[in-house]
Design a protein around this ligand. Structure first.
Ligand code: NAI
Length: 265
């Protein structure tokens, strides 16, 4: 018996990285999965992969920056599998050339990221909730980021949008908890997804590794396993929380790695 047996799950941004890993793990634990992504070929390939292992999945197109497209993805899920029990709002992005410090950042990029990273969570949730109420409850999971808790010299819009995801998660949990709808988020630290690997040189990865409590980087499965837990009834008394999956990168005095270097001298 799988941990999310027969639950119907919609995963946005499921063709790659964290979303892909989560979709595969949800399916492995018995969920029927709709994989929705801008990259529709990737979404279909992921669904095919699940089906070839005996699972149930469909890949569809989604533009998470577009209200109507999100509405259609929820509608499709309910039509395909009869209901929606799990919504994983995972799409998010930034553009490191435009999402800069507050003086120099491109304001169109600010608007784009608020729409794509934050409003998409609101919209997916808004369209899924009536179906979840009908089904007697559900689990909504959002991808936040450690960038929503700690500031940086750039990525101002990304961080602000992800902090928005953290608090919106609590609002949703508060407003619909009595309907047995839980809402939680996962805040990844650096996770070695294709996006992260493309954006980072080996030197940058070394800087991250230096500040991790654990001696390794995060993998997409580290988030996927958390998502399965939050989707399953194992987490039935957990709501409004953001689980930080970040290798202990942010737990200690930030200067500890430099002090250790100093003590070795
Ligand atoms: P990824 O680039 O590997 O996967 C993102 C997926 O979303 C891709 O399949 C892409 O086609 C899809 N996508 C992009 N824009 C879309 C749109 N408008 N509509 C529908 N689909 C769209 O990225 P990754 O790393 O797996 O990121 C997933 C989430 O995790 C994002 O919300 C990101 O902000 C968050 N995150 C990732 C971290 C990391 O280190 N990888 C750290 C913290 C948060």
């Amino acid at each position: 018996m799988g941990r999310v047996m027969d639950k119907v799950a919609l995963v946005t941004g499921g063709a790659s990285g964290i979303g892909l890993s989560s979709a595969l793990l949800l399916a492995k634990e018995g969920a029927k999965v709709v994989i929705a992504d801008f990259n529709v070929d990737g979404a279909k390939a992921a669904a095919q992969d699940i089906k070839s292992r005996g699972g149930e999945a469909v890949g569809i197109f989604l533009d998470a920056g577009d209200e109507n497209s999100i509405k259609e993805a929820i509608k499709f899920t309910v039509k395909q599998f009869g209901t929606i029990n799990v919504l994983y709002n995972n799409v998010g992005s930034t553009n490191l050339k435009k999402d800069l410090d507050v003086v120099n950042m491109d304001l169109d990029e600010w608007d784009r990221l608020m729409n794509l990273n934050l409003k998409s969570v609101l919209l997916g949730t808004r369209f899924a909730i009536p179906h979840m109420i009908k089904a007697g409850g559900g689990s909504i999971i959002n991808t936040a980021s450690m960038a929503g808790f700690f500031s940086d010299s750039i990525r101002s819009a990304y961080g602000a949008s992800k902090a928005g995801v953290v608090i919106l998660t609590k609002y949703i949990a508060t407003q619909y908890g009595k309907n047995k709808i839980r809402c939680n988020a996962v805040a990844p630290g650096l996770i070695l997804t294709p996006a992260a690997k493309n954006n980072m040189t080996p030197e940058v990865l070394d800087i991250f590794a230096k500040f991790n409590a654990l001696p390794y980087h995060g993998e997409p499965e580290d988030i996927g396993n958390t998502v399965v837990f939050l989707a399953s009834d194992e987490s039935k008394f957990i709501t409004g929380q953001t689980i930080q999956v970040e290798g202990g990168h942010y737990i200690a005095n930030p200067s500890i790695a430099d002090f250790e270097d100093y003590m070795k001298k």
